[in-house]
Design a protein around this ligand. Structure first.
Ligand SMILES: C[S@@+](CC[C@H](N)C(=O)[O-])C[C@H]1O[C@@H](n2cnc3c(N)ncnc32)[C@H](O)[C@@H]1O
Length: 469
């Protein structure tokens, strides 16, 4: 039997293929995926490839960006976190890769953030923006992506009061929140949160999914429903539209209806998804989803139900609009995995009774970065302001455990079609340790596996269920 190629061998083969056919979408996508999986494999000489992928309208830049920062570090070009800020500004002004990285994706490395914060402070306090227009512009673009997440000190606050060209690099323009017109208190509070901080932050809609709707269903087992040729898809709680874009690409002959409470999130979604013909966005509370007036072949609801006052009631409303034979993909917070968040919240307990605003969210970040070993800093949500609000200061959350999921599915009369795991290593381990459960449906087996590894689900349970035909 031929052994599987190592990541380095696959990476080198993908690089060679891309250099031979630089415009091939498949070669570009494959190299981008390997960069995302193994950012350390980028090597000196890959800068031009990375730059062209970061600027490629067909690819999402966020997953590639860590490889770019890593490459700058391994080639000795990245200034140290405590570098002289004037020299760092001169470096950034001439470093095309770093400028593109700042413009395309939130920085998710604390040492890089520290160096850039000092650089930004120096540009502000020395009135240096005009001398470093490319650096200032890139920092402004970065703030637009991260929502102004980087903390700043009293001297900077005083200087910002006078306005000036660095202001948008600290305080990017924000959506004008519309008042949340929902009667139920939890719905109103949740809508108000996402109205001010739409979530998640993302850049481009065009990262082609590698699997179709049909392939997704086929992977759920021999008894899984077959995907219709033109599925009617509902995304419930679509946020800023990333999932809607992914499902529109997975089912190009289908139509996607995406609903959310937050008008600001829907504006963000409409902007990012401009040009995708098979998506319609609509402001609607999912409790009233029946008002759409038709049923769906697929309902996707990720990261939403645990923010309802009664998650099971919302889930029932979604099950009611599923066609017989239709499928649901759900993601729910895991109570055990959220213990990391609880431990982070313990560290900011004295800040939690303040009303949430940008200054509080920055203060939360500043406090938690005092301990760069805390696992919370590994969450990508930690690197933009809306993500920090969603991760640590949510208006309402009611996380699940596996028995509760099993009970809800039973009460709704749905068939369980199995859990999904984000990482290949965890998937393979579960398969090896539970050979009796090839389709990942043994609730007791999964509960035991999660007890052994509380981060097994990386924060959220992902699973599928179906309505009998
Ligand atoms: C954590 S975000 C998830 C966004 C998206 N599903 C994703 O994973 O990218 C939760 C979203 O659910 C929406 N939401 C919460 N309660 C809702 C409800 N009752 N009806 C519709 N949307 C709701 C929020 O406005 C917010 O945009």
């Amino acid at each position: 039997m031929t052994p599987d190629p190592t990541p380095a061998t696959s990476f080198d083969a993908a690089r060679t293929a891309l250099l031979a056919a630089p415009e091939s979408p498949n070669a570009r996508l494959r190299f981008a995926r390997l960069l995302r999986r193994s950012p350390r494999l980028a090597r000196p000489g890959d800068e031009a490839l990375l730059l062209s992928l970061l600027r490629d309208e067909r690819l999402a830049p966020q997953p590639i960006a860590p490889a770019g920062w890593m490459l700058l570090k391994t080639t000795g070009r990245l200034p140290m976190p405590d570098a002289d800020p004037a020299s760092a500004a001169a470096w950034l002004e001439g470093e095309d890769l770093a400028l593109a990285l700042l413009a395309e994706a939130p920085v998710t490395s604390l040492p890089v953030e520290r160096m850039l914060r000092a650089l930004r402070r120096w540009l502000l306090l020395s009135d240096g923006a005009r001398g470093f227009p490319r650096a200032s512009d890139a920092l402004t673009r970065q703030a637009a992506l991260n929502g102004g997440a980087w903390p700043f000190d009293a001297a900077e606050r005083t200087a910002l009061a006078a306005g000036g060209p660095m202001l948008p690099a600290y305080r990017p323009p924000r959506p004008n929140p519309a008042p949340a017109a929902f009667a139920a208190p939890v719905t109103r509070a949740v809508a108000a949160q996402y109205e001010a901080w739409p979530y998640p932050v993302w850049r481009r809609s065009t990262d082609l999914p590698h699997d179709t709707f049909a392939a997704k269903l086929a992977a759920l087992g021999p008894d899984a429903p077959v995907a219709p040729a033109s599925p009617d898809i509902l995304i419930a709680g679509c946020g800023t539209g990333r999932e809607a874009a992914i499902w529109a690409a997975r089912a190009p002959a289908g139509r996607v209806t995406a609903i959310d409470l937050s008008a600001a999130s829907l504006r963000y979604a409409t902007d990012r998804c401009a040009g995708i013909a098979n998506i319609a966005f609509e402001q609607r509370d999912l409790h009233h989803v029946a008002g759409i007036g038709r049923r769906f072949d697929l309902v996707i609801c990720s990261g939403v139900l645990h923010h309802l006052a009664d998650p099971e009631a919302g889930w029932a409303a979604l099950a009611d609009v599923l066609k017989p034979g239709g499928v649901m993909g759900i993601m729910l917070y895991s109570k055990v995995a959220r213990l990391v968040v609880r431990s982070a919240r313990d560290r900011i307990a004295d800040l939690l009774d303040r009303p949430v605003d940008d200054d509080l969210l920055r203060a939360v970040r500043a406090r938690l970065t005092e301990d760069p070993a805390h696992p919370i800093v590994h969450s990508t949500d930690f690197y933009d302001l809306g993500g920090v609000h969603d991760l640590l200061l949510h208006a309402h959350e009611d996380p699940f455990d596996i028995p509760r999921i099993q009970a809800a599915i039973g009460r709704l009369g749905l068939d369980f079609l199995g859990f999904e795991l984000p990482g290949a290593a965890a998937r393979e381990r579960y398969a090896a340790e539970h050979p009796h459960d090839p389709w990942r449906r043994d609730f007791a087996g999964w509960a035991a596996a999660e007890r052994g590894d509380p981060q097994l689900f990386s924060g959220m349970y992902r699973f599928w269920c179906a309505k009998a035909a």
